[in-house]
Design a protein around this ligand. Structure first.
Ligand code: HEM
Length: 132
């Protein structure tokens, strides 16, 4: 029952990120192979604290731990979405092109294809304005 509820919350994108495990099986966040620093952190279960903060925006996973305190909109507003999907909040704020460019440096991974709602399996974005 607990897992059915977790699945429902995750499909609504309001639950915590799927646990990241070493197995890399479906349902896990896919860590970009090029991101060395992520490797040692793969066991971290939640990634929702000031010391370890990941958010999802447009199906991509960002490690914003070191950006939190520099964020022009404040750290608290990002912490409201820590370990969760922040797409609606990010989009609703109407971030500039500069903000979208800046976001790239924090990219560490992507949701599995089955959980992506802004991209096809071939990683093609489904609408303009979404970072490719
Ligand atoms: C990696 C992710 C993020 C980056 C790189 C980022 C970057 C920025 C930047 C550069 C600005 C200045 C205005 C602009 O250029 O658009 C800004 C403002 C703002 N951001 Fe973010 N942001 C991120 C995530 C978020 C999230 C998840 C929220 C959640 C609601 C958020 C809320 C805001 C708000 C409310 C402002 C307006 C601040 C003001 O004008 O007083 N941001 N952000």
């Amino acid at each position: 029952m607990a897992s059915a509820l977790t699945n429902l919350l995750q499909s609504l994108r309001i639950g915590p990120l799927a646990a990241v495990s070493k197995s890399g099986k479906t349902g896990d966040v896919i860590i970009l192979p090029s991101v060395e620093k992520a490797k040692g952190r793969i066991d971290a279960p939640e990634n929702d604290s000031f010391d370890d903060c990941w958010i999802v925006i447009y199906d991509r996973v960002y490690d914003v731990t070191h950006f939190l305190r520099e964020h022009p909109g404040g750290d608290d507003i990002i912490m409201d979405h820590a370990g969760r999907d922040a797409t609606i909040a990010f989009h609703g704020t109407g971030h500039s092109r500069h903000a979208v460019e800046q976001m790239r440096q924090f990219l560490i991974g992507q949701l599995p294809a089955s959980q992506c709602i802004f991209r096809t399996g071939q990683n093609k974005v489904l609408s303009s304005g979404i970072p490719d």
